[in-house]
Design a protein around this ligand. Structure first.
Ligand SMILES: [Fe+2]
Length: 241
């Protein structure tokens, strides 16, 4: 229980969205459906936000409606303590709570304003992945490998104090695995099929043009401050002989 409280408290500090509780709401984005054209098309953004994301929120609230004992739980409490959720609604909370968390995060990962990774992020990418291009290449490979529906992430692993690229199936959140997301890409077909059909690689390439590097930087700084303010991920890897 102590470990659970530590994790949810830490993650709640990092993610202010975690403060919200039942009934959960679809939070506004700070740009319009057509703001990411031509890279992400307006119709996809509309269906993705007002269709898919909204449905996750509705289903999450529906699952919780008859469980008043869970109404004070934040989204972070719910998705980080699935083993304590009644079995009858556990899968619905996992899918729809994760879907709500992931999509809320995803909208912030994109911006109509062109941004670029700052000096500190570039050093991190060099130290962890060889270079910025090396990072993008590894992220792309992970995104292409996701089988079926899921997500690819750049995360901070607080146990190993380093950055990792990983994927999650369905709507699982990195927080469910004790990881802090810095950047996430939705590779469900609903995120790209209208414009790119079966060409996921084409969608991934277009998406890099709208990545909100300021948000990534902000997430890294929060993760860093929650780890005692150390330059946790700036350590150089030791070369192997
Ligand atoms: Fe999605």
């Amino acid at each position: 229980m102590a470990k659970f409280l530590y994790c949810t408290t830490l993650f709640s500090i990092i993610n202010l969205h975690a403060i919200a509780s039942y009934p959960f709401k679809l939070l506004p984005r700070n740009y319009e459906n057509n703001s990411l054209e031509p890279f992400i098309d307006s119709q996809t953004m509309d269906i993705h936000y007002n269709g898919h994301h909204k449905k996750y929120v509705e289903e999450l609230n529906a699952a919780l409606a008859e469980h008043p004992d869970l109404h004070s739980y934040s989204l972070m409490n719910l998705i980080c303590s699935l083993q304590t959720i009644p079995e009858k609604i556990r899968t619905r909370i996992r899918h729809n709570g994760g879907g709500h968390e992931n999509h809320t995060f995803f909208w912030n990962c994109m911006s109509p304003t062109k941004t670029a990774p700052g000096k500190e992020l570039l050093i991190l990418f060099t130290n962890h992945f060889g270079s910025f291009d090396g990072f993008k290449q590894k992220f792309n490979e992970a995104a292409k490998k996701v089988f079926g529906s899921g997500w690819v992430w750049l995360c901070f692993d607080p146990r190993k104090e380093k950055l990792i690229i990983t994927s999650t199936p369905n709507q699982d959140s990195p927080y469910m695995y004790g990881l802090i997301p810095l950047l996430g890409l939705d590779v469900w077909e609903h995120a790209y099929y209208l414009k790119h059909q079966n060409k996921r690689a084409s969608y991934i390439e277009a998406w890099w043009n709208v990545v909100n590097w300021s948000f990534v930087e902000e997430n890294y700084q929060k993760a860093r401050s929650c780890s005692g303010g150390k330059k946790i991920a700036l350590k150089k890897k030791k070369k192997r002989d």
